[in-house]
Design a protein around this ligand. Sequence first.
Ligand SMILES: [Zn+2]
Length: 221
Amino acid sequence: MFSATADGAATRVAVTVTAAVVSATSRAVNGIAMRLMVNFRSGAAVRPWIPPPESAVFPLPADTKIRLEGVNVDRTTARAWLATALAEARAGLAEGGIPIGAALYGPDGTLLGRGHNRRVQDGDPSTHAETAAFRAAGRQRTYRGTTMVTTLSPCWYCSGLVRQFGISRVVVGEATTFHGGHDWLAEHGVEIVLLDDVECVALMRDFIEKHPALWNEDIGD
Ligand SMILES: [Zn+2]
C-alpha cells in the first residue's frame, strides 16, 4: 500500500502514499520507535499521528504525503545536550547578561552551533539564545532532523524561527518561569522534549527576582 525507504542511519523513513487506504503495518523500523507525520493536502497542519493496532486500516485522502521520523532522542541524550545550553546561559550571566542559552544539534548528534542571549552585552534585543545558536551554526542545507536545545521555553520570535526553518525538535530546559510557544510548536508537528530541569528553573528565578525590569524588557512586557 505504501513504499518506505530508510537512510543509512535508518533514523528517517520517507513514505509516499499511493492509495487512499494504508495499512499500518509497523510501529518500529530497525528498532527505532517511529512517529508518523501526516500532511493532508487540504493544508491542515502536519501533526503527529499514533498508528492504530497492526491490523487496522485507516482512510487517507489520495496523494496524501506522510513521513515517518525516528524519535530516537532519549531524555539522557536530551539532558546531555541541555548541559551545553546551560553552560551558555551561565556564560551569559557571567557577562552581566540574561541567562538563557541554546544549542543546535544535527540529526547525527553533532553540535552545529551554540550561543546565549546578548541583549545586554551587544545592546541587541534580537539576539536571543536560539537565534545566537542558529547563527553560529551557519548555513545548513536543511534543518530536518535538527534539534534546538534551549534552557527556557522559546518565545514567539524563536518559536517562529523553529517553524520557519523546519527544525524538527526542541528540547526545553524549563517552562515554569516562562511559558513560550512550545505548545504551539507541538501542535504543528515539532517534537517537544520538556525536561523541567531544576537548575534551569533556579537560574531564571534568581535572575528574574534580581532584575525584574531587564526581564520584563526581554519578554516585551
Ligand atoms: Zn526568543
